[in-house]
Write a protein that binds this ligand. Structure first.
Ligand SMILES: [Zn+2]
Length: 313
């Protein structure tokens, strides 16, 4: 194994171990338990785990995804989170080498993973996680690790707040409910701190397109099941919007207008989903988490900022 391979191997080990820790942090954060105590245990039977059944990914494979005591299935979430964290750590390391920048981006990417777990699992974004994101974003630019200065970073936090709170309030006017949760506003503030207000707008833009894509299968299902033409219209509008991004190539100043149009579409889709749910309640999907789309948008901006700017200008 050459020296580069050895580095990657160690980075993967660090990523897997911290990923394993993130599973615990997310679950205990949701349950309001302490992070350090009590020790790892099976969530089903409560038995304490041995060190050798607590190795990231490997234990899951050796135990065939079942608890060694009660043989109940262990959630696939555990190995997925461990692998995702390791892959992000490797990607960041390969881009930025051994540096303070890599270390800070590792922290930021692990917070991203925490946000995805809690938002997907319980539709909750824990304030403490987003506060760390905002602080890490500020530190990132205080240390001059990105391409913006501290003023742009602070303006990014403000922009995140203003954009998301105004979008949320449009939701209250149209659908009598916030279009986004307060947690999403805090994530946007964190992304603003990292990228500054300009790239924040680009990031939100990408996230809304991703969210619209994620909403499509749901809308399609609604259409097939209930012959609901509102769903079909929503799908049609999303497609037009996504295709238009390929041809219009707006100048930067037009992004805000673009985002307003896409947000209106997204709101329309969410309202469509909500309306359908009133007809056949109990499916529990009256909320579509936006955190994961924001995180994916942020990762695209982090790794492909140049390509994205070239695409749009
Ligand atoms: Zn068990």
């Amino acid at each position: 194994m050459n020296i580069d391979g050895l580095y990657i191997f160690f980075v993967a080990l660090i990523g897997l171990s911290i990923g394993s820790f993130l599973n615990v942090v997310a679950l205990r954060g949701l349950n309001g338990e302490s992070i350090v105590f009590p020790p790892s245990k099976c969530p089903k039977c409560g038995k304490k785990l041995n060190w050798y059944t607590n190795i990231p990914v490997i234990s899951y494979i050796l135990l065939l995804g079942k608890c060694q005591f009660c043989k109940k299935p262990i959630s696939i979430q555990y190995p997925i989170v461990e692998c995702a964290n390791a892959l992000l750590y490797i990607a960041i390391f390969q881009n930025f080498g051994i540096s303070i920048k890599t270390l800070l981006l590792w922290i930021i990417s692990s917070i991203f993973i925490l946000i995805c777990i809690t938002d997907l699992k319980e539709q909750v974004i824990i304030d403490f996680h987003t506060y760390i994101l905002i602080a890490a974003g500020l530190l990132y630019n205080i240390l001059k690790l990105g391409s913006i200065n501290i003023i742009e970073s602070i303006l990014g936090i403000l922009a995140g707040y203003l954009i998301f709170e105004s979008m949320a309030r449009i939701g209250i006017i149209i659908a009598k409910t916030r279009a986004f949760g307060e947690g999403d506003t805090l994530i946007a503030m964190g992304l603003g701190a990292i990228f500054g207000w300009k790239m924040l707008i680009v990031t939100i833009f990408i996230s809304i397109i991703l969210q619209a894509i994620f909403a499509m299968p749901l809308l399609f299902l609604k259409y097939i099941k209930n012959k609901n033409y509102l769903s079909a219209t929503a799908i049609f509008l999303i497609l037009i919007c996504i295709i238009s991004t390929k041809f219009i190539n707006p100048q930067f100043e037009h992004y805000i207008a673009y985002i307003i149009i896409l947000t209106a579409l997204l709101l329309f889709c969410l309202i469509t989903i909500l309306k359908n749910l009133k007809n056949n309640n109990n499916s529990g999907l009256n909320y579509m988490p936006f955190g994961p789309a924001l995180v994916l948008g942020a990762l695209s901006t982090l790794f492909f900022a140049k390509e994205i700017i070239n695409f749009f200008t």
